[in-house]
Design a protein around this ligand. Sequence first.
Ligand SMILES: [Zn+2]
Length: 253
Amino acid sequence: MLALTDQELLRYDRQISLLGFDIDKQQMLKNSAVLIIGLGGLGCTASLYLSRAGIGKLTLVDFDTVSESNLNRQILYTHQDIKQLKVDVAKQTLIKMNSDIEIDTINQKLDDVSLTSLIKQHNLVIDCTDNLSSREQINRCCFQVKKPLVSGAAIRMEGILTTFTYQANEPCYHCLSRLFGQDQLTCIEAGVMAPLVGMFGSMQALEAIKVLTDYGQPLVGRVLMIDAKSMQFNHVSLSKQPDCQVCGNSNKI
Ligand SMILES: [Zn+2]
């Protein structure tokens, strides 16, 4: 286990001072590797906070380039990055903020086999994608190797956040998604308010830190639903569906 340097002890002093967090947990962050899939509004914010908070390694996956309509909410990019690969620009920006962090980038869509082998090399996965089929794939692969997954989605003025650790009798993403069917809108169709994705990206980073360091109670078996128009925060509990196609007892995809 890599120990913290004197400079890191200073930089992360405000986290180390937290009751129950201490040097041990900051050191756990330094020795953690997180896989972030999707570098839109959620992924930009989550990667920014995780690198600032002292995570040891990030792997960024995205196969898109920066466009003008990204700039209102994808806070790692500027006007001069337009048409460049998101993974490249994101890496450069994050390294500027924290040069101690190790960053790998993958500029392609992965199939189940390569995604699962990538997930195995990390301690936790953050789903920052914007479509149902990617979310289902990430959940399927995380479940297979039982790696924790922090899942967030934001659209219009609403969003949901939840965490899966895939222990016995815990639900998976498919236990949730099968409740709302196939007709999912995207932000291109429905729009999204810029600070909303910042809220959810930050909360995804926070959940990741909690799971990685065993600090507090992550949103396992619970879904946080926020309606930003009225600022109503609600929790619903989510249980394992015995006949779920992914985590159910009888059949596996
Ligand atoms: Zn399930």
